[in-house]
Design a protein around this ligand. Structure first.
Ligand code: AMP
Ligand code: ZN
Length: 112
């Protein structure tokens, strides 16, 4: 989608701080980090929200990439959080599916 911020990162029109890339997945550091490590993991194809994810292989790719990055970032042993905001009440602001990988500090529950 031409007017989608995260699609522009996939095409290279905008250059994020990339930490991982393969055929189907791109991951980059969040511009407004909420933890010492805050990475967004996105499908390269435009999927607007979690409600629109219907490809089991892509769902697996996203989750497996996220945990690989957690290990790469040294978060796996201490722990980390993976979060997906879906639509308005879920707090979604960018309508291209993304997994938030957060780590490097103690997380609290419940989330806001
Ligand atoms: P969400 O509220 O789940 O849609 O999260 C959107 C995330 O995208 C927020 O954490 C923003 O800080 C992040 N974000 C917005 N613009 C950029 C950008 N240009 N580069 C990296 N992260 C961004
Ligand atoms: Zn997009």
């Amino acid at each position: 989608m031409t007017d989608c911020l995260f699609c522009k990162m996939v095409t290279g029109a905008i250059k994020p701080d990339v930490v991982f890339e393969d055929a189907n997945v791109l991951a980059f550091r969040d511009i407004n980090p909420q933890a010492p490590v805050h990475i967004l993991v996105i499908p390269k194809q435009h999927v607007a929200t979690l409600n629109d994810l219907d490809n089991p292989a892509l769902a697996g790719d996203l989750v497996l990439a996220t945990l690989a990055i957690a290990k790469q970032e040294g978060l796996a042993e201490d722990g980390y959080r993976v979060n997906i905001n879906c639509n308005k009440k879920g707090g979604q602001e960018v309508y291209h599916l993304h997994l938030h990988l957060l780590g490097g500090r103690q997380m609290t529950w419940p989330p806001g």
